[in-house]
Every structure is written in C-alpha cells, then in structure tokens.
Ligand binder design. Structure first.
Ligand SMILES: [Zn+2]
Length: 325
C-alpha cells in the first residue's frame, strides 16, 4: 500500500500555521513495535485514519469548490469557476487523485455537499466499503456504487469489520441561525433524505439535504477515535465513551449549542487529544493560507483549555500525519 509518508505534503502557506497550540510534529516520533495509528487532515470534516494496514476515510471532501459557504464568502481573486446551487455537482478528480490512493472504509456523517460530494468518485476508485445513512446510500447508488459496497446504518450499530470495529452514534447537525452566509429557510430544503429514485447527476443545491447526522467511534490498532462531522451531538449517546482522540466540530455555530465544549468533553472523560474538525475555510484551494480560520478557531481552543487543561489540542495541517502516541 501507499503509506502516508509517500503522500506529498502541501506546505505552501504553512509558515502562517503558527498557533499557540501543540504542533502536530510533537507526535511525529514513531513508537517502535506495535502499529502506529496516524490521522491525516484532508480539510473540512475530512480525515484519513490508518494503522498502516487499514485505511479509513471520514467525510473526504477534497474538491473545495469556490462557493459561498455558511461562514465564508468566496475569496477575492480566486479565479476558479463559481459553484452555485444550480450548478452540476462534480468532483475535482485531479486533486482527489493527488491525495487519495487507497481506502478500505469510508464513513459518512451526512449528505451535505461538503461531506459526500467526492465520495462516489473515491468509492468507485478505491472499492472501499462506505458506511452511512439511507440518504448516503441513495446518493451513492445514483452514481453506480455497488449496493454490496454500502452499509446503511441508523445509529446504534456496533460492527466488527475485520481489523477494525466501528460504533455508529446517532448525532445531530449544527444549527446555522447566525452564520453570515446561511439562509437555511430560504429556499426551503427539498426533502429530509435524498430519495431512493434519485438519479445522477445532482446539482449542488440537491446536496443541501442533510439526510440525518451520525458520528463514529473507530477502534483501530488498540486506539479509539471519535469523529464528528458537524457542530452538534446527543450528549446521552456519547456519555461514557473514552476515545483516545476526539475530532470535534469547531465552526462558530457551536455557540448556538448550550455549553457545547464543556458538556462534550465531560461526557467523554476529558480525552487525551482533541483535534478540531470542520473549522477551516474550505472554499479555497489547499495552498491558500488558513490564517483567518485559525484566528476564528482561537475561541474553541480557549474553551477546550478551560474545560480540560490536560487535553492536548492539535491544530492539524493538511496532509501532515499526526501519530497517536
Ligand atoms: Zn452539514
């Protein structure tokens, strides 16, 4: 297989990634002997989790289309085509091919475009088993992903999948009452679930359907990784989990949720490592500086420190693997 170290790190603009938090490199020293678990940030809510044998992708969205998104307007000077709700949803296959070479499992939290758009291409390219909602299933079937490569879940399942196991956790999507560019009521969402008779191709506006939201606990090589894909959760569904690493949604809409960071970290027993997810400005190319998003993230970092001072919070850099110690 292709290892993470063979992936070309994207370092342009990285000089600005200086946040007052523990750098990913701190965990770079490899432990000898047992399998290493490495997490690699793909941007948005996208991650690759691997122990060097099994590759798990979470919400891999790499196209990063130029598009007005709830928290970020388009970047002045971005000369790429603008995607509106009326435009055909299509992946940037060149950027995907640069970074995604293999996957055994793909876990999807919900069917918004910044989570599922690239999954038909990645699933067909890699032959991975995809786990997700009925809405995810219907979307992928429309693109010809074989039914026996899709595991439809509702939340509550706990599946042994060969070398890994995956607990599926019922969850909630964040609310966008005050996001500057979000107008969730206008126009109304077409339906709650992508329908079973949906046909490719889709327009970007068709992927405003959430289809329900899930979170996942991935057990791999003796480590437990809890992954969210939005800024909300159901406290009783995560109470008592003890993940080594929690990937926690950190966009500003978390403030619409009562004591978001405190309730979650207490329910999880103050995890050793927290990695913010869904925090970056994902409507620009990977090479563009994320400094404004890092500044926006500071309040989340402060919340984590206040609630759980012993937690190591790492701001991930794109395609720079973080080793779980
Ligand atoms: Zn969403």
């Amino acid at each position: 297989m292709v290892t993470l170290n063979e992936m070309e790190p994207i370092r342009r603009g990285m000089g600005l990634w200086t946040c007052a938090v523990v750098a990913g490199a701190l965990f770079g020293a490899a432990s000898r002997g047992g399998a290493q678990v490495r997490l690699t940030y793909l941007g948005t809510a996208g991650w690759e989790i691997t122990d060097g044998r099994t590759v798990v992708l979470i919400d891999p969205y790499l196209s990063r289309h130029r598009r007005v998104i709830p928290n970020d307007d388009t970047l002045p000077g971005d000369s790429r085509p603008l995607f509106t709700n009326d435009d055909i949803a299509r992946s940037d296959t060149a950027v995907i091919d640069r970074h995604i070479r293999r996957a055994d499992f793909i876990l999807l939290t919900h069917t918004h475009s910044d989570h599922v758009l690239d999954v038909p291409y990645i699933a067909l390219k890699t032959g991975a088993i995809v786990i997700g909602t009925e809405s995810t299933h219907n979307f992928l079937r429309a693109y010809g992903v074989p039914a026996d490569h899709i595991l439809v879940v509702k939340g509550g399942e706990d599946y042994a999948l060969g070398p890994i196991s995956v607990k599926v956790i019922p969850s909630l999507h964040g609310v966008l009452w005050r996001a500057p560019n979000a107008r969730p009521q206008n126009p109304p969402l077409p339906s709650a679930v992508i329908p079973a008779d949906a046909k490719a191709t889709f327009r970007m506006g068709d992927l405003r359907v959430e289809g329900g939201t899930l979170a996942y606990l991935v057990r791999i090589a003796g480590r437990e990784i809890l992954a969210f894909g939005s800024m909300n959760y159901i406290e009783r569904e995560v109470q008592g989990l003890r993940p080594d690493v929690a990937l926690i949604g950190a966009m500003p809409e978390r403030r619409e949720i009562y004591d978001y960071t405190g309730r979650l970290l207490r329910a999880l027993g103050y995890p050793r490592i927290v990695l913010p997810t869904q925090w970056d400005r994902f409507n620009v190319e990977y090479s563009v500086s994320q400094e404004p998003a890092i500044q926006r993230l500071e309040s989340f970092i402060t919340e984590v420190r206040r609630v759980s001072p012993k937690t190591r919070l790492v701001v991930p850099r794109y395609f720079d693997p973080i080793v779980v110690p």
